[in-house]
Design a protein around this ligand. Structure first.
Ligand code: SF4
Length: 493
């Protein structure tokens, strides 16, 4: 979600006439901060400190700080770093160009933080980083209160975007060349809960819930009807709201990809209770079982926090148990660390670093073993890979290209004889499996040139200009007002 917010910030600035600095010294630097990750504030103030002499040597340069940390720290930022020109929050990212201008004219720092959303972020201009794969927000904010998470207090309550608007954006992206979209929300399965009583709901909302299905299941099926859209993904679902009709919609909608990222956070019921995550181990594993039944080839990934306050060795063993049972294709693993402002930060039972570290290493070792074993099952399989830009850091040295399989596994493959561009599709056979990627070193079986590849090619040379900025989506049926942009529910300390 932060990445998508940054696309909006770029789009806003480019629409206001700014151009990318390229290799030169920039006139404006914008930090889009995250308060979820560890040491976010240290990193921000460290970066601001490094920029101070740069700004001193570059009269007129402006520095802006936005995102969750700005929402949290507000004017503390200009107190600690008085050379910052603009501070804006999560609810008013659309104000950035105006605030930069005002700071310039008034020669004075501008701090503007809103308590609720000013403009639904999807109505803002967006500078999409990729012409072939795009993020689409379906909701913003979160109604949950996980005790380790700062997101709800900084991003606000969940507000859902109307399905008509979402589908209009998806169709517009596909018309521009996108083959893949990822639906974004803090808790995508809760999508629709904000629309109120169904009888009074607008037509596009009722259409999503036809036959009694959940609005998110309806949205997935509706994406299945968008011509030219080849891949649909979503992030993140919350296990508490995961309904069977979503599994059915995933399995029965051909362009919804067989991959699921579902945060576990902990395997122990006691820890889940302390985290205020209202599902339990058996429910989580039950969802996994149903997903595997409906989509045997689905790659399931997760987020896990180790060392939550009060976690005992027996609790941690429960996490290892779920990891063994679920056989995740991969997992984002985090060591718990306090986030000031969250209930967990003041809980009893904070664990010593060495205990957390030791458990963390055991978890990583187990997950690596499982990831590798699961990847080895892919050997010999033929996969269609969406060629990506910048996914394979060693591609030049290894003379390979990289992309994503339908289940989102990273695949490195040998350069085919015919030209291939990011956004094109190649068909390859997997010849080697590592824990975090697959390799296909036999000759590429097929290259399919796509509209997305054409769009990527057309964009080359337009990097520094206005090309690639799509106008904000018009709101349908209601004023362009909703809630705040959110950062992923993959949120973990
Ligand atoms: S972890 Fe996810 S579901 Fe829980 S409060 Fe944070 S954003 Fe919401």
């Amino acid at each position: 979600m932060n990445v998508h917010d940054s696309e909006r910030l770029s789009g806003l600035l480019e629409a206001a006439g700014y151009v990318r600095a390229g290799g030169g010294e920039p006139d404006v630097v914008v930090f889009n901060t995250c308060a979820v990750r560890e040491n976010a504030d240290n990193r921000l103030y460290g970066n601001l400190g490094h920029l101070r002499p740069v700004k001193d040597g570059h009269p007129g340069m402006q520095i802006a700080v936005g995102g969750c940390l700005a929402q949290k720290d507000r004017d503390t930022i200009v107190k600690r770093a008085p050379w910052v020109d603009v501070v804006f929050g999560t609810h008013n990212i659309g104000s950035l160009p105006t605030l930069l201008e005002r700071a310039r004219v008034q020669s004075e720092a501008q701090v503007e933080i809103e308590e609720s959303l000013v403009t639904f972020p999807s109505t803002l201009p967006t500078r999409r980083e990729s012409p072939y794969a795009a993020w689409v927000s379906i909701s913003v904010g979160c109604n949950n209160t996980c005790t380790f998470c700062i997101v709800p207090s900084l991003r606000g309550k969940e507000k859902d975007r109307r399905p008509g608007e979402i589908l209009a954006e998806v169709e517009a992206l596909v018309a521009e060349g996108a083959l893949e979209i990822t639906l974004l929300g803090q808790n995508v399965n809760a999508y629709g809960s904000g629309f109120g009583a169904l009888a009074a709901a607008p037509d596009d909302v009722r259409a999503m819930t036809e036959g009694g299905q959940s609005a998110f299941a309806g949205l997935l099926r509706a994406c299945g009807g968008v011509e030219g859209l080849e891949r649909v993904r979503f992030t993140s679902p919350h296990p508490k709201d995961f309904t069977d009709d979503v599994i059915a919609a995933m399995a029965e909608t051909p362009n919804v990809m067989p991959s699921l990222h579902m945060p576990l956070q902990a395997g122990s019921d006691a820890v889940l209770r302390a985290m205020r995550r209202s599902y339990r181990q058996d429910r989580y594993l039950g969802i996994i079982e149903k997903v595997r039944e409906a989509m045997p080839d689905a790659a399931i990934t997760t987020d896990i926090i180790v060392g939550f306050p009060g976690e005992t060795e027996a609790d941690f063993e429960e996490t290892l148990h779920v990891v063994r049972e679920a056989r995740f294709a991969s997992a984002f693993t985090f060591q718990y660390s306090k986030r000031p402002g969250t209930p967990a930060a003041t809980m009893d039972g904070q664990l010593p670093k060495q205990v957390v570290q030791e458990r963390y290493e055991r978890l990583i070792a187990l997950q690596e073993e499982i990831s590798w074993a699961e990847n080895k099952k892919q050997l010999g399989r033929t996969l269609e890979v969406l060629v990506a830009e910048g996914e394979g850091r060693k591609d030049v040295a290894t003379r390979r290209l990289s992309g994503r399989a339908p289940d989102n596994r990273l695949v490195h493959f040998g350069v085919p004889d015919e030209p291939v561009r990011p956004g094109d599709m190649v068909t390859v056979e997997v010849t080697y499996a590592a824990p975090h990627h697959l390799v296909a070193d036999k000759p590429v079986l097929d290259v399919r040139r796509t509209r997305a590849g054409d769009a990527w090619e057309a964009r080359q040379g337009g990097r520094d200009g206005q090309k690639g900025v799509s106008l904000g989506m018009p709101a349908i049926g209601r004023p362009a007002q909703a809630d705040a942009p959110a950062s992923g529910c993959s949120a973990a300390p």
